[in-house]
Design a protein around this ligand. Structure first.
Ligand SMILES: [Zn+2]
Length: 386
């Protein structure tokens, strides 16, 4: 059927909905005749459709708004100050070359700090950008400042370059988090609060931040990258024991003690007593000791707020408050608490609710590689370990 014929079909069907309708209404012994014309019906339908349409637009707008909140925050940062015009910059140089040199020195420290955030691994910048043009103008107006202006141009180009890399890395990390079926935004809220304030010393009182939006933007991008990568690194994807056998899956099963149906809130790994128990992700030990039916139990809280729990242990090899890296031996397998034999009961909790750990342990290698890179970069800062 052609598109036109289809459309005509729809139109006819729609028109069929709106025909003059007549009703007989009986009230107080009298019969009244009410007629609702097709035109009136159509008008009412149009009004109703518009209301729904407006509601949809608003809802959708709010959804998009949520996604762009961080982007907006960065734009806000950028708008606090604007880039000085060439003329303003030239007069700054004219006022005091020394003062400008001091300012550039502070900026240099900031950029070096930023490079450190990337683990020193920064691909070279290729574009010269508008900063180079400004430098040329300064050099023409004040030949004695030409070299300093050239240094400034390189600095700005590097800051813009770092900003771009940071943004693309945090996007990559966010995509990886989504691959695990998790929401980057809610995970990073945790990571952000766990960070406990700005992590870059130049936002502090000691050094006056340089008032140039290109530098504030760079730090906003770096902070976003840090938070996103921490959240990704804290997803428990490492096997908690090197025994592969899972004797019991997540979900409903018959209770080994009572035989009745019960929710099994984790995965069970069977193995000999003393088998090494390993941290499933970077984090901090938030519980280590006896916990009722769990027996000897360890809890690790990860930067994204997820908590992993390791139960029925025969031994505990870490202490409360200790920062751990993924793969570190934290304890030994046992059968303490409510247990029918030597095994590890492994749980992952999000906002206090047990979730199925399997989707993390069975992640595809591509995502795991992105996670490993993020973990190496944020290592130490995530675990509090020095
Ligand atoms: Zn279990």
């Amino acid at each position: 059927m052609s598109l036109l014929a289809k459309w005509t079909g729809y139109k006819n069907r729609l028109a069929g909905w709106f025909v003059d309708r007549e009703f007989f209404m009986r009230a107080n012994g009298q019969v009244r005749f009410v007629k609702i014309s097709a035109v009136l019906q159509r008008r009412v339908a149009v009004v109703a459709a518009s209301v729904v349409g407006v509601w949809l637009v608003i809802t959708f707008g709010m959804m998009i708004n949520q996604v762009t909140v961080s982007a907006e925050r960065m734009a806000l940062n950028a708008e606090q100050e604007r880039v000085e015009t060439d003329q303003e910059r030239i007069s700054k140089y004219r006022d005091s070359v020394d003062k400008v040199a001091g300012e550039l020195e502070t900026r240099q420290k900031m950029v070096e700090e930023a490079v450190k955030q990337f683990g020193g691994d920064v691909p070279p910048a290729t574009e010269a950008g508008s900063a180079a043009a400004t430098a040329k103008k300064i050099g023409a107006a004040l030949p004695e400042a030409a070299r300093l202006a050239a240094v400034e141009a390189r600095q700005v180009a590097l800051a813009e370059h770092l900003t771009r890399i940071a943004l693309s890395r945090s996007q990559k990390a966010a995509a990886a988090i989504r691959e695990f079926g998790l929401d980057p935004k809610s995970l990073t809220t945790e990571a952000q609060s766990a960070m406990g304030g700005p992590f870059i010393p130049f936002f502090g009182k000691k050094e006056k931040p340089v008032r140039d939006p290109r530098f504030t933007k760079m730090f906003a991008a770096l902070e976003q990258m840090e938070v996103m990568e921490r959240a990704l690194a804290g997803i428990p994807t490492s096997m908690p024991a090197s025994v592969m056998l899972m004797s019991s899956g997540f979900g409903y099963r018959s209770d080994p003690f009572t035989g009745a149906g019960a929710m099994h809130s984790g995965l069970d790994f069977k193995g000999p007593i003393g088998t090494e128990i390993l941290a499933a992700a970077d984090g901090v030990v938030t519980f280590a000791g006896w916990q009722g039916g769990y027996g000897n139990c360890i809890e690790i809280t990860h930067a994204n707020g997820l908590v992993t729990r390791y139960a029925h242990l025969s031994g505990i090899d870490i202490t409360l408050g200790q920062g751990v890296r993924r793969g570190l031996q934290i304890g030994r397998m046992g059968s303490t608490g409510r247990s029918t034999g030597s095994h590890l009961h492994f749980e992952v909790r999000m906002n206090g609710q047990a979730i199925n750990p399997l989707k993390f342990l069975e992640a595809n290698p591509d995502v795991l590689e992105i996670q490993a890179v993020a973990g190496n970069r944020t290592a130490g800062r995530t675990t509090g370990a020095k």
